[in-house]
Design a protein around this ligand. Structure first.
Ligand code: SAH
Length: 468
């Protein structure tokens, strides 16, 4: 190492920033995270810095730069935007004994600012000694995914309870206690926004003298929406659950990219329903999930799109309820949203379509096909899941009910992935266009029936070529 990582104390100290423009403002934003008194020395301040000065959050020093300015400074940033001026003021600050960072002049720096992941009081600093700033950013992004946004509040809560833990939890149980706090129910509850539950769990455990027996073994199932397939279309909470899981049960439409977000040593079990092939019946899926959770494993049930949309989530949840196991839903981007985004279209548009219907192309268990026409009222966008195979039936039913041949139909397959395909047709031509284009599953059909009197509405052109 050519630099040594340390955390500088800022309480009761000053951070001096030399310069009043955007570069200085950038350093100021960083320094504002601390409790130091911020002094910005410049003849004039840009709008942002002037605003901060007006509210008293920073002090504006207009006078000459003298050694007195650097007294009691934890850190000095030279950020005037002029190399010569930076070098001059940096020399003065160094002579006054300050630790100096000069923007874009590593040779003049005593210290460098790392990439920061801020979950104050948990702070992660990442540095590469200038060798690979892009890698530092990648590491930062990974950590941002793993460390939930509210984690700082939870760490602060744990910090406030440290003395109580030291008094009530015997030394030999303390490590297990903290492991439970940060890896199990308390942290999970907090991450889900149940701060009060988290605090209650912690306080009860402290009063009881340790983590509850079997708490680590208590299975928990997260029904996680993986989104439409792209790795960057799953939520941060979903990634976090994948990182925590001991076992991941996943479906046919789950992309390997998304599965890779799971912990390396997590078990991955395929429970997909491949059309026409030997199948995982729902009862068996329920049984294996329940069994894993009962063994105390942290279980993720990964479903494509959103777990609440055509994903048989309710049946799995009922099985978990029956076994007395806890579960949660982590939402995901459903295929209708992903398809609209591929098309650059909006699922609702003021005055034209104000109702969104999510429906299926599949017949119900008794064999009755859905009556799409009953739902497709004026003002409706209808998203038909599992519908491309039934395109002729859908078309016939809608036309049979008197819907106009000219209605706009869009079909998107593999929405959200680089090989997404789009097709635009009219209701009268839908089945033929689907057959000719060879548009394949997984695909969603969007049918739009605007209200009769619609204002002229602008619309973005589809970003990719449209086959028909
Ligand atoms: N829970 C999922 C739906 C599962 S049902 C969700 O919320 O999206 C499976 C159907 O979803 C497929 O037949 C197809 O109609 C649709 N689907 C899933 N992923 C898709 C994708 N990437 N692009 C288009 N349609 C998709």
């Amino acid at each position: 190492m050519k630099t040594f990582p340390m955390f500088l104390k800022t309480s009761g100290k000053r951070i001096v920033i030399l310069g009043g423009g955007e570069t200085a403002a950038q350093k100021c934003r960083l320094a504002l995270k601390t409790d130091a008194t911020l002094v910005v020395a410049a003849p004039a301040l840009d709008l942002e810095l002037a605003g901060l000065a007006a509210t008293g959050r920073i002090e504006h020093h207009r006078g000459p730069i003298t050694p007195a300015l650097f007294e009691g400074a934890a850190l000095v940033f030279a950020a005037t935007g002029c190399r010569g001026a930076d070098a001059g003021v940096a020399a003065l600050a160094k002579a006054a004994g300050a630790v100096v960072n000069v923007v874009d002049a590593p040779e003049l720096c005593d210290a460098f600012t790392p990439s920061i992941v801020d979950r104050d009081p948990l702070v992660v600093a990442i540095g590469t000694e200038g060798a690979a700033p892009v890698l530092a950013r990648q590491v930062k992004t990974k950590l941002e995914e793993i460390l939930e946004p509210r984690l700082g509040d939870f760490v602060a809560l744990a910090g406030r309870l440290r003395d109580a833990v030291a008094q009530r939890v015997p030394q030999k149980k303390r490590r297990a206690f903290w492991r439970w706090v940060f890896a199990e129910a308390p942290r999970r509850a907090h991450a889900q926004g149940r701060e009060r539950d988290a605090a209650k769990l912690l306080k009860e455990a402290i009063e009881a003298g340790g983590a509850p027996d079997g708490a680590i073994a208590a299975g928990m199932v997260s029904l996680v929406g993986a989104g439409p397939g792209a790795r960057d279309l799953i939520t941060l909470r979903g990634v976090q659950r994948l990182q925590e899981a001991d076992v991941v049960f996943y479906d046919r439409l789950i992309d390997t990219e998304v599965l890779e977000l799971a912990r390396r040593d997590a078990e991955r079990i395929y429970v997909g329903k491949t059309p026409g092939a030997a199948d995982w019946p729902q009862d068996r899926i329920n049984a294996v999930i329940v069994a894993a959770a009962k063994q105390g494993k942290r279980v993720v049930r990964l479903k494509c799109g959103d777990p609440g949309v055509f994903a048989r989530g309710a049946e799995e949840a009922a099985a978990l309820d029956a076994a007395g196991l806890s579960w949660e839903i982590v939402p995901g981007v459903t295929a209708a949203s992903a398809a609209a985004s591929e098309l650059g279209r909006f699922l609702t548009e003021r005055d034209a379509v104000d109702t969104l219907v999510l429906t299926t192309g599949h017949a119900s268990r008794d064999g009755t096909p859905p009556r799409w026409s009953e739902q497709l009222k004026p003002g409706v966008t209808m998203a038909i899941y599992m519908g491309v195979g039934a395109a002729p039936e859908i078309q016939a039913e809608l036309l049979g009910a008197g819907l106009p041949e000219g209605l706009e139909v869009e079909v998107v397959s593999r929405a959200g992935s680089p090989d997404a395909q789009m097709l635009r047709a009219t209701l009268g031509d839908m089945a033929r266009a689907v057959a000719v284009s060879g548009v394949a599953n997984p695909a969603i059909i969007l049918v739009r029936r605007p209200k009769p009197v619609s204002l002229s509405l602008s619309r973005r052109a589809a970003p990719r070529a449209v086959a028909s």
